[in-house]
Design a protein around this ligand. Structure first.
Ligand code: PSU
Ligand code: MN
Length: 307
């Protein structure tokens, strides 16, 4: 079935860039609507797009506005997504059909953003931290939809690893099983989102932007079905203090459990908990790392054009 173009629109700047073979980087919108507090979220959304431009690529933030998929947003659309009163639904791939059918605004997760970016012909994507296997998943089965989408979507995702609220070891095992390639950028340690080192290693490492681009190019050439994760750690100078991180996380997990938070609300609850309980130190780390990732993703997309 062809794409319903009345429900799928590409911003003219992004369309031109794709048609003329320029570098384009997709950005997700759940981080705007459900990962960062208002009104800072809207400013950060603009900054992330600017970081992509600084790296030499065109940004394409992806969301659903009034029941229409948008690849590339206007400033007014970023405002809608950032407004806590606009009733923005958190949309993973499973939610795409319903939200397009019934209308409304949707912020796309890594899962839905990857799917839509691939459909639009965008091969590079930047985010903060991927979703993954939650702690206690052996009882709850709570595993992010990000994992299965990444298993079947040939896109290169630059991120700071997976969110440290997760069971990182179990997530790495699942990524391995699912055929998702994980590459450390300038590191042998898998990054820990708010922390540079999660305590787990990576099997592959690249040290240059050209090498990172080559991994995605060779994945395409051999038609491997899954994503390439370029895992770039936050700098040690910018990371969250370890004792603070571990204390706030333990308290947040207990609070989520006590409040009966389940399903898609778990991740936004814990991110908000971190921002509140660290006096926004975690917010600053999150903003720093996502801008760095956006810039690197753009540089990788540019390098891929040259090879
Ligand atoms: N990274 C961030 N902030 C976020 C997210 C990632 O720095 O808010 C979002 C992404 O959209 C990711 C989602 O796909 O959290 C995972 O949610 P869940 O665990 O419910 O799948
Ligand atoms: Mn979940």
């Amino acid at each position: 079935m062809a794409i319903d173009t009345s429900r799928f629109t590409i911003h003219p700047e992004v369309k031109d860039a794709l048609a003329s073979g320029q570098a384009v980087v997709a950005l997700e919108s759940t981080i705007i609507s459900h990962g960062l507090p208002s009104p800072r979220n809207v400013a950060v959304a603009g900054d992330i797009e600017q970081s992509v431009r600084d790296g030499g690529a065109i940004p394409a933030t992806i969301a659903i506005i009034d029941g229409v998929v948008k690849v590339g947003l206007t400033p007014a659309e970023l405002e809608i997504l950032g407004d806590p009163n606009s009733n923005v639904i958190k949309v993973s791939t499973r939610d795409l059909g319903p939200v397009l059918a019934v209308g409304g605004h949707g912020a796309t997760t890594v899962s839905a953003t990857s799917h839509i970016a691939h459909l639009a012909g965008i091969k590079y994507f930047a985010t903060g931290g991927l979703g993954g296997v939650h702690r206690g998943a052996q009882d709850t089965y709570d595993e992010s939809g990000d994992l299965v989408t990444l298993a079947r979507t040939p896109i290169t995702v630059t991120c700071a690893g997976v969110k440290s609220i997760l069971d990182v070891g179990a997530t790495l095992e699942r990524l391995e099983t699912l055929g998702v390639t994980v590459v450390g950028f300038g590191t042998d340690a898998f990054p820990g989102f708010y922390r540079a080192d999660s305590g787990f290693g990576v099997t592959w490492r690249v040290d240059t932007v050209a090498q990172a681009a080559a991994v995605g190019i060779q994945r395409d050439a051999i038609q491997a079905p899954g994503a390439v994760i370029i895992a770039k750690p936050v700098t040690e100078a910018d990371q969250l203090d370890l004792a603070l991180h571990d204390r706030v996380l333990a308290e947040g997990l207990a609070a989520a459990d006590k409040a009966g938070i389940i399903g898609k609300d778990v991740t936004p609850f814990l991110l908000d908990w971190f921002h509140t309980q660290t006096n926004n130190q975690s917010l600053e780390v999150n903003v720093t790392l996502i801008n760095a990732n956006a810039r690197l993703a753009a540089e990788i997309a540019v390098a891929a054009l040259k090879s």
